[in-house]
Design a binder for this molecule. Structure first.
Ligand code: UDP
Ligand code: MG
Length: 308
């Protein structure tokens, strides 16, 4: 019988986990054609998540868990879960039931009968989310799809059902700065998109603040595009051309009208503007350099403290 691994990143999910398990078990009982295993990844939770996982593993032999030595982030947790998974298929699901388990049979069908390598999900609305956050998210996908070589679906979730080949492709990408939304697109394969309407989490609260999402979007851009570096040289070129035109203008004016000493305010403005622009561009280069520095150290993406 074929096996399916369910990878669940968990960070402070003590309240959600029992509800998650119950809801997923209900769906799994309607899928007797597959053998299942759970791989819960406790991402350095500070509540009783690990204790809950231990007792779940005690009660059910198909429950496995990993526990990190500290919080490494959801990206690291997903990577660890995929690395430990043994199934012919792998599903990634959030612990908060925002990824509806009822979709699993449909996803399974897409991969086995309809010839897809992967069934991915996206939410078609952003109900229950602050409007400003939705606006920025939309903008992010617009920019990203323009400048990056990979296609990213607006509203795509990490909730996907994948064949082993795709999982192995993802695992072959060993980068330290992981941005899964980009990695899923980069590896290719035929993906079926399944839409659903947004739901609120069952318990606990989201780990994302507006600022952390903003930083995450910059991570994504830097992981999959070098366009900002190219823009920097175009901006530089543009101002060189402008400077030459200005030089000619000053030269002609001095010949025709003589050279009275004025223009101090415009000079001051220019100096501050270009100093700012130079620092900004140096900053962009610095950010890429920092990423390269972190990659070159080849530190592990996560560290496991306990495993079952
Ligand atoms: N998560 C994690 N490590 C983190 C933050 C989140 O493993 O540092 C998990 C979390 O437990 C949940 C999933 O990632 O299962 C999605 O997190 P959350 O619900 O906070 O994100 P949202 O659904 O609001 O995008
Ligand atoms: Mg959530």
């Amino acid at each position: 019988m074929e096996k399916c691994s369910i990878v669940v990143p968990c960070y402070n999910e003590e309240e959600a986990l029992p509800l998650f398990y119950e809801a997923v078990e209900k769906v799994l009982s309607t899928m007797p054609m597959l053998e299942f295993e759970y791989i819960f990844v406790d991402d350095g939770s500070r509540d009783k998540t690990l204790a809950v996982l231990r007792s779940m593993a005690e009660a059910d032999a198909k429950v496995h868990y990993l526990s990190f030595s500290r919080n490494f982030g959801k990206e690291a947790a997903m990577f660890a879960g995929l690395s430990e998974s043994t199934g012919d298929y792998v599903v990634i699901m959030d612990a908060d039931l925002q990824d509806p388990p009822e979709l699993l049979p449909e996803m399974y069908k897409a991969v086995t009968e309809e010839g897809y390598d992967c069934a991915a999900t996206r939410r078609v609305n952003r109900k229950g989310e602050p409007p400003i956050r939705s606006l920025f998210a939309k903008m992010f996908y617009k920019i990203m799809n323009k400048i990056a070589k990979v296609n990213m679906m607006d509203g795509a979730r990490d909730f996907r059902f994948m064949k082993r080949v795709m999982v192995d492709a993802i695992l072959s990408m060993k980068e330290y700065h992981r941005f899964s939304k980009g990695i899923f697109g980069w590896v290719g394969f035929n993906t079926k998109w399944i839409d659903f309407t947004n739901r609120e989490r069952v318990a606990g609260k989201t780990k994302w603040s507006f600022f952390s999402l903003f930083k995450y979007s910059l991570e994504g851009i830097m992981a999959f595009s070098t366009a900002p570096l190219e823009w920097a040289s175009f901006v530089g070129l543009f101002f060189c051309v402008l400077a030459i035109a200005f030089l000619i203008f000053l030269f002609v004016r001095a010949i025709l009208f003589g050279d009275p000493v004025d223009g101090w305010p415009s000079l001051a403005c220019m100096i501050t503007f270009f100093a700012g622009l130079q620092l900004f561009v140096t900053g962009i280069i610095g950010m890429y350099l920092a990423k390269a520095y972190n990659e070159i150290k080849e530190r592990p993406v996560y560290i496991i403290r306990e495993k079952k």
